[in-house]
Ligand binder design. Structure first.
Ligand code: GCU
Length: 414
């Protein structure tokens, strides 16, 4: 048995202890890697050992084994505001549409960024960044928003209808609370399809493909959020200290990976991200690694394939991904009818990140001993809720995120 495996088994003790102390919600027994035990067996007790030993080690593991390497900045990147109005949404907001044009290795691609900033603010606004699935134009009935013409999936040639995804985008509620919001379509970055990984942003970095820790779709989505942020933080109307990344489902997996990589995000929110996101793989509830690798191999790097059928022996697990975001705030949400995403596994991984937050001096970051009941959100330093209903992101979820951000950005509205 190698030292690391011994660490895992020892980690079982921590997992069970943590469970016994804080919750008894685990169904059956699951062995989990110990987030505070380094590969060489060293028990991590200090902030400096966490930051200098364990955190870099975990970052390397998630990069090499799961989400793949990310490039640095491209040789050239230009941000061009191609449309704007100070009178969007009946005067509620200022709209800007920005083309992010990137060139590298003789190739170029462009991604459209849509930004709404609330009007009449006395101070720079906190910013929410959230990728969308169907095109910026599908998030709103605002007729000025440019239609995403690129094929988002290889089998989807036609653009989606304007406003088709509006249920997921309660812009008015967000803007009226004083938040700016920016979005890009994930399929404008790289297509969300199996097949050659050489389109759009992938085309800029061909050298990152033929390797076991290749640049992945989740990597490309996360990387491009950071490239958009490079620009957004230069705007005087945006508060660069109050930045949130949110994502739903595969884009929730992306939000967590983006948050782990980009320390500028103060709050990281995973909505129903499930397997490969917030949910613990070792529980094998709902989706498994085999399902992910069969249906969406391009989300993860080639190395990840080796874990198919070995979920229960994973040498790392998703509570360790969440730990990489500490000491920044993390919010995880689930939906009661979303067994595929394993709500309990999502809750538990957030809970099991508490020891790392404690190293930063935050006691009981997620103050919940057991899985919260439906629509009884827990908002501590970190947050969790279980919404009634299906896999989705709707006003109930956004309302909780706004409340949580208000609390941490000192904007509490009673
Ligand atoms: C599928 C997939 C999930 C993913 C979801 C989504 O259900 O199995 O892993 O989160 O799609 O992105 O909507």
């Amino acid at each position: 048995m190698n030292a690391y495996l011994t660490g895992i088994i020892a980690g079982l003790a921590l997992g069970i202890t943590a469970m016994a102390e804080n919750t008894n919600t685990f169904q059956g027994s699951v062995e989990l890697p110990d987030v505070l035990r380094a590969k060489d067996g060293k028990v991590i007790q200090s902030l400096s050992d966490w930051e200098n030993i364990r955190k870099p080690e975990l970052m390397k593991t998630f990069t090499e084994q799961m989400y793949g390497v990310m490039p640095g900045k491209p040789e050239s990147i230009e941000y061009t505001v191609f449309e704007s109005s100070t009178n969007a949404m009946n005067g509620l907001a200022t709209r800007k549409q920005i083309a992010i044009k990137m060139k590298n290795a003789g190739k170029e691609t462009s991604v459209d960024l849509l930004l709404y900033v609330p009007n009449g603010q006395k101070a720079p606004a906190p910013l929410i960044m959230c990728l969308n699935f169907k095109g910026n134009h599908a998030t709103t009935d605002d007729p000025a928003v440019k239609v995403c013409e690129k094929p988002i999936h290889s089998d989807r040639k036609e653009p989606y209808a304007r406003n088709e995804a509006a249920e997921r985008w309660p812009y008015e509620m967000i803007l009226k609370r004083g938040y700016a919001i920016a979005t890009m379509c994930h399929g404008d970055i790289v297509t969300d399809s199996k097949g050659p990984m050489n389109n759009y942003v992938f085309s800029l970095f061909p050298e990152l493909q033929d390797r076991p820790d290749n640049f992945t779709a989740i990597g490309a989505w996360a990387w491009t959020i950071s490239r958009a942020l490079d620009y957004l933080v230069t705007l005087p109307e945006i508060n660069p200290k109050q930045l949130t990344v949110v994502g739903h489902s595969r884009l929730g997996k992306t939000a967590l990976w983006c948050g782990a990589n980009d320390p500028r995000f103060t709050v990281v929110i995973s909505n129903d991200s499930g397997e490969g996101g917030a949910a613990l793989s070792r529980r094998m509830q709902g989706e498994t690694i085999a399902d992910l690798c069969r249906n969406f191999p391009y989300w993860f790097c080639k190395n990840y394939q080796q874990y198919v059928g070995h979920d229960k022996e994973m040498p790392f697990d998703q509570h360790e991904l969440i730990s990489l975001i500490a000491p920044r705030h993390v919010y995880v949400a689930s939906a009661s009818e979303d067994a595929w995403a394993d709500p309990e596994g999502e809750f538990t991984s957030l809970k099991l990140a508490n020891p790392v937050f404690k190293i930063y001096g935050v006691q009981n970051a997620l103050p919940a001993d057991t899985m919260p009941e439906i629509e009884k959100p827990v908002h501590g330093y970190n947050g969790y809720h279980l919404r009634a209903g299906k896999h989705n992101i709707i006003a109930y979820d956004w309302g909780n995120y706004l409340q949580f951000m208000d609390e941490h950005f000192g904007r509490t509205q009673k």
